[in-house]
Ligand binder design. Sequence first.
Ligand code: HEC
Length: 163
Amino acid sequence: MRAHTSTSLALLSVALFAVIVLKTSSGEAAKLEPLSLESSPPELALLMGELQRLTHKMALSADAGNAELANFYMHESLEQMKKIQTEVPEYEGQPVALLMDRMGLPTYATMQEAVNTKDKQQMLTALDTVIQSCNACHAATLHPFIRITRGTEVNPFNQSFQP
Ligand code: HEC
């Protein structure tokens, strides 16, 4: 086993040496550089995926009549939306930050009111307006095929949403 490991190490060293020599002889610097972060702009889909997770947890909380937890995920969602506005104000020619202001963010005022009442039915009704705004914006930004739902039939998380 030991002999095997040192043979592998020796082979690896030879391979690395060959790479360095080849690189240098072809006129390129042999220095290893980390990938530039500037070359990859923030991925809107990833930020949206996080917003989806938070919205889903807000929905499960509302459905369980848990106003305290729904309030928590509502504030997390708002932070995520503001992060999206800052990091991706425009995406493929679509005014994301502007549409967030016009279509997305206002529905959270309704959600806040509903959360304050702690009434399950009001929370669910307000939740639906939030979800409708997600889908309205997807349609407005040429992504009508991304349709968000309440998703409260089952709890896929290892977390309790009960009050
Ligand atoms: C400003 C308009 C806008 C609003 C508001 C908006 N989205 Fe999006 N969303 C987009 C765009 C544009 C994309 C496509 C991104 C891409 O092409 O990479 C997207 C993509 C997505 C995706 C696909 C990415 C994935 O991980 O599967 C999900 C899910 C999503 N949005 C969830 C939501 C949810 C949930 C809300 C509401 C709480 C919401 N979005 C509100 C514009 C919006």
